[in-house]
Design a protein around this ligand. Structure first.
Ligand code: ADP
Length: 309
């Protein structure tokens, strides 16, 4: 049975976004908000007071389930699933594949479940939409043994892509060959044939693909080795660089926010160049997916940059 009212939770490393939806022919958002600064404030306390507040405002009346955005579902999960202790144990095993996101998401699930055990927890995986990718698009040019151990391309932003495909389908506007560019702080692109993902720019982790607000996107593997061997960077240093200090932020030297970069582009050559590199890499992926799809019927932009810029 589909619950009539659900709470949705999208938790990141420093924030948790929440919404309550009334489900129906068109879902309606009743309440939404964001808990910030979770690095400073303990997550457990923040979640407990959020639930108290939502209860006090009667926002949870009629809510029967919580849908969690989960960054990584590994190879085995291609649909939303009820979160059981077994599934949580499996997610803990997957945590090394998404060390910047999954551990915090598991903590959030555990806290919500402790404080609101009456709400059925459901995992919605950001990788699930891409499980339809053909094997040739999933494999890295590494060894078969590593591929068998799950070192393959998964792709992310699947909840955004599947939502957009569903909307296009409902509006009878879903042609055979579609490219969606999801351009937010995290950014990726997907090649979609007949409504299913056949390739996407992110890989084993959300750091891959084209450059983003603070992530580098794809690198020659030799670059990583050079940073470790010649620049004496530790694995954590490299992660900090490719996940948090690179991308638009690293290239512009100004910041990661596209609105700021656009406003400074005329006077700051580095801001202008960072935007140019972002657009150039997107164009390069577009060309690749045009070839993968054998043509293109529809190009969709989403995410804060895609919608507005
Ligand atoms: P997230 O990926 O964190 O959900 P969003 O999808 O909200 O983020 O996208 C955030 C990005 O969108 C930021 O770089 C922001 O500057 C950019 N953005 C938002 N509004 C505009 C706008 N009007 N013009 C250009 N860029 C915008």
């Amino acid at each position: 049975m589909i619950p009539r009212r659900i709470l949705t939770i999208n938790s990141g490393s420093s924030s948790i976004k929440y919404s309550v939806y009334q489900m129906g022919d068109r879902e309606e958002c009743l309440v939404s908000g964001k808990l910030d600064n979770l690095q400073a404030e303990p997550r457990e306390a923040a979640i407990s007071s959020l639930l108290d507040e939502l209860h006090a405002r009667k926002s949870l009346d009629g809510v029967t389930a919580i849908g969690y955005r989960i960054v990584h579902g590994g190879m085995r999960h291609s649909e939303p699933e009820r979160l059981t202790p077994e599934l949580i144990a499996e997610l803990k095993e997957l945590a090394p594949l998404a060390p910047d996101h999954l551990p915090d998401q598991i903590l959030a699930i555990e806290s919500f479940t402790r404080h609101a055990p009456e709400l059925a927890p459901v995992a919605c995986f950001d990788t699930a939409f891409h499980r339809t990718m053909p094997r040739v698009a999933q494999l890295y040019g590494l060894t078969r043994e590593l591929a068998d151990q799950g070192i393959v391309r998964y792709g992310f932003h699947g909840l955004s892509y599947s939502y957009l495909v569903q909307e296009l389908r409902e509006q009878n506007a879903l042609p055979a060959r579609v490219i969606i560019a999801h351009l937010g702080n995290g950014a990726s692109m997907a090649a979609i044939r007949d409504g299913v993902s056949i390739d996407t720019s992110m890989g084993l982790t959300p750091t891959g693909g084209f450059l983003m607000s603070t992530r580098s996107g794809d690198l020659d593997p030799g670059v990583v080795l050079h940073l470790i061997r010649q620049k004496k960077m530790s694995p954590d240093d490299v992660n900090e660089l490719v996940a948090k200090k690179g991308g638009l932020k690293g290239l512009s030297g100004i910041g990661s926010d596209m609105r700021v970069l656009e406003s400074k582009a005329a006077s700051h050559p580095r801001a202008a160049e960072a935007i140019e590199v972002f657009c150039y890499q997107i164009r390069r992926f577009l060309g690749a997916y045009f070839a993968v799809l054998g043509g293109l019927d529809l190009l969709v932009f989403s995410g804060g940059i895609g919608e507005n810029s």
